[in-house]
Write a protein that binds this ligand. Structure first.
Ligand SMILES: *Cc1c(COP(=O)(O)O)cnc(C)c1O
Length: 381
């Protein structure tokens, strides 16, 4: 089976991890700060806070922005469930904004319309989370302008988009947002097995996120309410979690980050080859916005008769997948009042969507197999 995504692990990556195993620190050592430095370098953000998953990063981002009961968080339905769940972790109410029919990321017009209604009814969101679906940035200038006007905070869910850029600046530099979150799950662009990080330019937000990733406990005198009683002294000043990344993960991340540009370039090669090979097939490909250079986490196409095409491809050994079942249609969210029909663009996209295999190690022969199987599946209609 050709998978839809796969990590690319080099001998250097393996050596970096085994070096940690032979070192003094398996956790809370020098590798996590090194990984954070490489993320600051890659994004241009002033601060990077590495954690054990993007879900944790989204959670501490919401906590740092003081999201709580009585507040509202909005995200898109075309995302992984975590982007919405974090609102509930904080006791906030969650709602969704529909996507653009061509780029599949948050539609700024839909956001503007929903904000206008929300203002009239006194139900404006505190946080909006656009998702850089498939590696392509949402229209952050438009979303940032609305954030300014309606006074909400913005967390970018860039789980798919490390190495991407928007208007010639790296995604993660937070030019139009408060915080930007990345995932390092093995199917994503860069991996630490499990892992995530949050970047920000605001030192107070960075400090709060660091506090929340480690139990709300600090050894930093300026954050303490009392005075240190000696070298052993620490204070718990907030309710935090254990969301720390291990040294093994961070060392893998540092090593992977040296190949970030190579990974993204290779993904572009593979995608451009798909663009050529699929030119004559009855498939719809996403529109790439001229503002955005995608990290190309996914190669999503839309086809008629999706269920059968999907089944035929799987039967042919092609590990296609579907991104995403709209979050609001999940049983959990329907119990909270959402229904099919609430966000028609995301639903229409979902009904026809298939993600083709895309990862740096996908060979031309693999790709030819994918295209041949797809062509046959489409002909079988
Ligand atoms: C993968 C992903 C997440 C969650 O990432 P983890 O690191 O697995 O917690 C969140 N949002 C999106 C859009 C994702 O693709």
């Amino acid at each position: 089976m050709i998978p839809y995504g796969r990590q690319d692990i080099s001998d250097d990556d393996i050596a970096a991890v085994t070096d940690v195993l032979k070192s003094d620190f398996l956790t809370q050592g020098p590798a996590v700060p090194r990984f954070e430095a490489s993320l600051r370098d890659a994004t241009g953000a002033a601060h990077a806070v590495a954690v054990n998953s993007a879900t944790s990063a989204l959670h501490i981002a919401c906590m740092a922005l003081d999201l709580g009961p009585g507040d509202r968080l909005w995200t898109v339905p075309n995302t992984f469930v975590a982007s919405a769940n974090v609102g509930l972790y904080c006791g906030a109410e969650v709602d969704f904004v529909d996507i653009d029919p061509e780029t599949y990321v948050m539609c700024p017009d839909a956001l503007a319309a929903k904000l206008e209604q929300a203002e009239a009814s006194g139900r404006l969101p505190k946080i909006v989370i656009p998702v850089h679906f498939a590696g392509q940035s949402a229209d952050m200038a438009a979303i940032g302008a609305l954030a300014h006007r309606y006074r909400f905070r913005v967390i970018e869910d860039a789980s798919h988009a490390i190495g991407a850029s928007y208007r010639d600046r790296p995604v993660g530099d937070c030019a139009h947002s408060d915080i930007c979150v990345f995932s390092f799950h093995p199917v994503k662009i860069v991996t630490t097995a499990e892992g995530g990080c949050a970047t920000t330019n605001d030192p107070v937000l960075a400090q709060r996120m660091e506090l929340h990733r480690s139990h709300g406990v600090t050894r930093e005198p300026s954050l303490m309410e009392g005075v240190s009683e000696g070298g052993w002294y620490y204070e718990q000043v907030a309710l935090g979690y254990n969301y720390r990344m291990t040294e093994l993960q961070a060392a893998l991340g540092v090593s992977q980050m040296t190949r970030l540009q190579e990974f993204v370039a290779r993904r572009h090669e593979v995608a451009q080859r798909y663009d050529r090979l699929l030119g004559n097939l009855a498939v719809t490909r996403p529109r790439q916005s001229p503002d955005s250079h995608s990290a190309l986490h996914l190669y999503p196409i839309q086809v008629e008769d999706r269920a059968r095409v999907f089944a035929d491809l799987r039967a042919a050994g092609i590990g296609v997948n579907v991104h995403y079942i709209p979050v609001h249609t999940q049983p959990f969210w329907r119990k909270r009042g959402f229904r099919w029909g609430d966000f028609p663009v995301a639903e229409g996209y979902y009904r026809r969507a298939i993600s083709l295999p895309l990862y740096p190690g996908l060979t031309e022969a693999d790709q030819d197999r994918v295209v041949a199987a797809l062509s046959e599946a489409l002909d079988g209609r």
